[in-house]
Structure formats: structure tokens, C-alpha cells
Design a binder for this molecule. Structure first.
Ligand SMILES: Cc1ncc(COP(=O)(O)O)c(C=O)c1O
Length: 470
């Protein structure tokens, strides 16, 4: 079963480029890279392939370098990890210091660095979230949040077990997180799907008129009532049987927040029915949306928040932060993991969060959102037949090509744009989410001129992809 296309590995002569932020001085891909990629294709499952054929040798700030001297502006941040920039000097030093100091793992035995990091995370989250449990991956954090929510609500009602999530949602690739996800295709391997995990549509302005805030007939009431209508259609008659509602900050392929008014209604609904509201901020957290956390745009506080990726801008670490009464449900030793709070990862996360806070990267991101909004809108206006959707928040934007004259997403076109941009020194990951999304998620340290340079290249790449179609 293959999801995406493979990029062509035949070295291609491309114009050489030397700008302030980009260098292309070999064939793309170059033969040395091809040899490495072929080795990987031999030893790794096919699922690991599919990204543009750029072999990462090192990455710094907003740039990715290969070993042959080519340099790309990175619009991927790995996969929305490098919020504080690749190899941020402070993060790098914190890692080196911890390694030099001599603690590489301490399981759940106490450590000073874990105390510092947990305190810092609680400091940057709203006061209602009093405790934090460190894990390693985003999927672990969403699994853990579901477990905590169900444990919590079933204390009083054994049938209060339903977990509501959203169509097209993504919460990881482990059993529980994948069942909570909203892609039926990804769940084909699971025979016994949990009947108490239910998905309803996410307010997506491309798919649903009722979610399009630019329409004159849009209203938060109507949008929220649509969500309730879909709960009903999913067979949920008694809202008191819902244990948790879990949403992402924005859906990866679309980069739209839930409208603030809808989110507030959702919060009130959860309160009225004693439902645990879980916010999956694995992708949207730590400044990515122009605020520290995406739920802050709605002025609400969830009961549990899942974080990962940008928490450290580097090493693997994730967490669930939440209300004390939910976080403390399990007794000593009952909720742990081998790599809970690995000291080196903790040092990286602490340094990254401190850097994000001290340099107000969320504020910078909000400023860059304005630059992005203007330039992305111009791109859509320039190619109105080809670009069906172009929206985003902070430094998370989605441009989605369509087959001209239709609303059908054009995955092959998106793939071409990623390839051409790569040949010109701008790196995006292979089309994601919708299957055709050109996702723009640069490190939050990107400057205006670098961002504009990258967007110019994307604009040129779209033009070239159209020209290649004849
Ligand atoms: C919103 C969201 N939740 C969870 C995950 C899973 O994180 P991980 O890949 O670290 O398990 C991801 C990863 O892309 C994500 O975007």
C-alpha cells in the first residue's frame, strides 16, 4: 500500500543558485545523495521513503544543508519540530552540557532537570493546568490523554466512555491514537475498531459552507449546531455518555483554527456534560500559531493538553499537561514510561521553551503571519484556477492545488511544486494531510526577507508546474 509518489532519483541539471539564504550548486539530487537514499530504500520499509531527495547533513536556523554544499530554506521545520530554529545554539549547548555532565537516562528516578522542565511547562500554560506528565512521542501523549479522560469520567459512570474526535484529524500512528484519528484509510489495518470512538466533521471552510467564516451567512451558533447535528448522526443521543472531546489545534492539511466562538461553545458544552476537553497541541504548541498555545486564540482552557514536536525543537520528548484531579488518578508507579523525562531531552526542551519565551517567538510568529497572509493571498489570486485553498495561522499555512474548474485536489500538481521548489532551494515535505497540501511551516525564527524569498520561490514553482503541464 503506497500513499504518496516517489520523487525521481535521476540527477537533474538545474540552474545554480547563490542567494543570501539558498545555495544550489550540484545536480538535484546529486549522485552522493542518491547512493544514500538507495541504501535507505534497501534497508528501511517503503513507508520511510517519499520525501524530497535531500539528504540532511546538518541544519541550522532556517537552513538545511547537504554534504555537497547545497542549502535550502526549510519550510518544514523537520515535521513542525524546529520551532526555535534548527540546532538552536542554546538548545545545542544545553544538550552538550547534560551529556558532558554525565546523565543520559534516569528512568523515573528524580532528576533536577525534570523538576526544572515540568515547572517551566506549568509556568507557560494557564493556571488551571497544574501538572504535567512527560513522555516521548506525540502519539504517546494523545493515547495517555484518552486513557486519563476515560479513567476520570468512568469513576462515576462506567458508561461515560465515548471519545469524540474529528474527521481528517491526526493524533499519531499507534493503535489508540490512530483510532482517534479521522482518516478511515489509516485505520484499515484495525479489525476491532473501538465503537466508542466517534468522528465528526471539523469546521473546514473548504469542505463545509457552514464553517466558512468569510460567508455573510456564517454564524458561530450555526457552525456549532452543525457539530451537534453530526454527533446525533453518529448515534450519540445522550451527551452525558461522552467522556472526552479531543481536537487538534488545526488540522495538519488545512491549518485552520476552530473559530473562537465555536470553541467557546464547545467548552461550555463540555462543562455542561462533564466532558474532558483535550487539546492536541503536538503540532500547534509552543508559538506556532502566534500564541504560546493554539487554544489561547479561543480564550478557553482545555482540561488536558498534549504537546510534542516543538516542545524541544530537537530531541524526542512530549507531554500531557492537565488539571490536577485528572492527572493524579493513577497511584505511584502506575503511570510511567521508560524514557519519561529523559534528562538530555528535558535539557533540550527547557532551553527551547526558555528561548521561545525570552525571544517572544510567538509574537514574532504573529508578525510573520501578516507577511504570510499577504503573500499567500497574492499567490492564490495569481493562480485562481489552480489554487483551491490557501489559509493558515501564525507560521502554519496550507496551499492546496485543485484540478482547474473543480474542487478536486490535485496531488500530482502539489508533488510537482514540491519537487521544483526543492530544485530551487526551498524545502517542503511531500504533500501532506489532504494529500495535496503544500505545507508552509518554517522555523519560527525566520525573518521577513527570508520568508519572502521562500514564498517567491514557491510562486515561481507553481508557475513552472503549470508551464510543465503545457
Ligand atoms: C496533531 C498531532 N498529534 C499527534 C502527532 C503524533 O506525534 P508523533 O509522531 O510524535 O507520535 C502528530 C504528528 O504529526 C500531530 O501532528
Amino acid at each position: 500500500m503506497s500513499k504518496g509518489e516517489q520523487f525521481d532519483l535521476r540527477p537533474k541539471e538545474v540552474p545554480h543558485i547563490h542567494t543570501k539564504y539558498r545555495t544550489i550548486q550540484t545536480t538535484i539530487p546529486n549522485p552522493e545523495s542518491v547512493a544514500i537514499i538507495e541504501g535507505l530504500r534497501k534497508y528501511e520499509p517503503i513507508s520511510m521513503s517519499g520525501q524530497p531527495p535531500v539528504v540532511w547533513d546538518r541544519a541550522e536556523g532556517i537552513n538545511v544543508y547537504d554534504a555537497q554544499g547545497n542549502r535550502w530554506i526549510d519550510m518544514s521545520s523537520c515535521v513542525v519540530v524546529a520551532n526555535a530554529g534548527h540546532c538552536n545554539p542554546r538548545v545545542k549547548q544545553a544538550i552538550l552540557d547534560m551529556v558532558q555532565h554525565g546523565l543520559l537516562n534516569n528512568y523515573v528516578f528524580p532528576s533536577a532537570i525534570r523538576e526544572k522542565l515540568t515547572k517551566k511547562i506549568i509556568e507557560v500554560t494557564p493556571p488551571e493546568l497544574e501538572k504535567v506528565f512527560l513522555l516521548t512521542t506525540g502519539a504517546e501523549s494523545t493515547e495517555c490523554a484518552i486513557k486519563l479522560a476515560r479513567t476520570y469520567t468512568r469513576r462515576h459512570d462506567p458508561d461515560k466512555n465515548i471519545v469524540v474526535t474529528f474527521e481528517d484529524g491526526f493524533h499519531g500512528r499507534t493503535l489508540g491514537s490512530q483510532m482517534a484519528g479521522g482518516s478511515p484509510r489509516d485505520k484499515q489495518w484495525i479489525r476491532n475498531l473501538d465503537p466508542d470512538m466517534v468522528q465528526i466533521p471539523f469546521p473546514n471552510s473548504f469542505k463545509y459552507e457552514w464553517a466558512d467564516q468569510t460567508r455573510s451567512d456564517y454564524s458561530d451558533d450555526r457552525c456549532f449546531s452543525k457539530l451537534l447535528e453530526h454527533l446525533e448522526r453518529a448515534g450519540i443521543k445522550n451527551h452525558d455518555k461522552i467522556s472526552a472531546i479531543m481536537t487538534e489545534t488545526f488540522q495538519g492539511g488545512w491549518c485552520e483554527l476552530i473559530p473562537a466562538g465555536v470553541l467557546q461553545r464547545l467548552r461550555r458544552f463540555c462543562d455542561a456534560h462533564h466532558i474532558v476537553l483535550i487539546y492536541d497541541e503536538v503540532q500547534g504548541g509552543f508559538g506556532r500559531t502566534g500564541k504560546m498555545f493554539g487554544f489561547m486564540h479561543g480564550g478557553i482552557v482545555p482540561d488536558l493538553v498534549c504537546c510534542g514536536k516543538g516542545i524541544s525543537s530537537s530531541l524526542p520528548i512530549s507531554c500531557v499537561a492537565g488539571r490536577k484531579e485528572i492527572m493524579d488518578l493513577y497511584g505511584p508507579g502506575e503511570m510511567t514510561s521508560t524514557h519519561t523525562g529523559n534528562p538530555v531531552s528535558c535539557a533540550a526542551a527547557l532551553a527551547s521553551i526558555e528561548y521561545i519565551v525570552e525571544n517572544d517567538l510567538a509574537g514574532h510568529c504573529a508578525e510573520m503571519e501578516k507577511v504570510m497572509a499577504k503573500r499567500v493571498a497574492a499567490i492564490q489570486q495569481k493562480y485562481p484556477d489552480w489554487i483551491g485553498f490557501a489559509k493558515g495561522v501564525g507560521l502554519a499555512w496550507a496551499i492546496i492545488p485543485v484540478i482547474p474548474g473543480t474542487k478536486e485536489l490535485d496531488c500530482a500538481f502539489a508533488h510537482d511544486v514540491v519537487r521544483i521548489a526543492m530544485e530551487k532551494g526551498v524545502l517542503m515535505f511531500a504533500p501532506v494531510g489532504s494529500g495535496a497540501t503544500l505545507k508552509l511551516v518554517p522555523p519560527l525564527v525566520i525573518t521577513e526577507d527570508a520568508l519572502l524569498e521562500a514564498l517567491d520561490v514557491i510562486d515561481e514553482s507553481i508557475a513552472q508546474a503549470i508551464a510543465e503541464r503545457g
